[in-house]
Design a protein around this ligand. Structure first.
Ligand SMILES: [Zn+2]
Ligand SMILES: [Zn+2]
Length: 139
């Protein structure tokens, strides 16, 4: 006698169509949306023209609130995307390609302090790195 094993359809019910890819969240907004896939950075800004106003940003927020897996944290001092706020004064920042580098990541300028806040932050990162190195910690 043959026992019929019911075909188990394992439907993974995910809270939303968000996937983690490195330092980014990839959001599938559905086939009728162009572009369909949106890349949201850990700063809560989408790489599409809508930036932080993109609906994909809300999807990521909901996904994280539902306990979704977080994107990788970049190494200390490395910015895969500009920070959500200026680390020096908390104002908005704007991407600046001329300050980007392979080691520092995405360059940015502060709307209040310009490039000087970028360099102040870099100096702070270097100082922290040095202090940790003196304590025998590698970052
Ligand atoms: Zn988007
Ligand atoms: Zn600033």
């Amino acid at each position: 006698m043959k026992t019929l094993i019911p075909t188990q359809v394992n439907v993974q019910v995910s809270p939303s169509s968000v996937m983690v890819n490195g330092y980014f969240y990839i959001v599938d907004l559905g086939e009728h949306v162009r572009p369909r896939y949106h890349h949201v950075g850990i700063n809560g800004v989408c790489t599409c023209v809508l930036g932080r106003n993109c609906p994909a940003v809300n999807d990521v927020r909901q996904y994280l609130a539902d306990g979704g897996k977080r994107a990788n944290r970049p190494p200390y001092g490395y910015y895969p995307v500009p920070p959500a706020k200026c680390p020096v004064c908390g104002q908005e920042v704007q991407y600046d390609a001329s300050l980007s580098s392979r080691h520092r990541g995405a360059g940015w300028q502060c709307v209040a302090g310009g490039k000087s806040h970028y360099w102040q932050n870099r100096a702070r990162i270097s100082a922290t790195r040095q202090r940790l190195a003196q304590q025998g910690k590698v970052v």
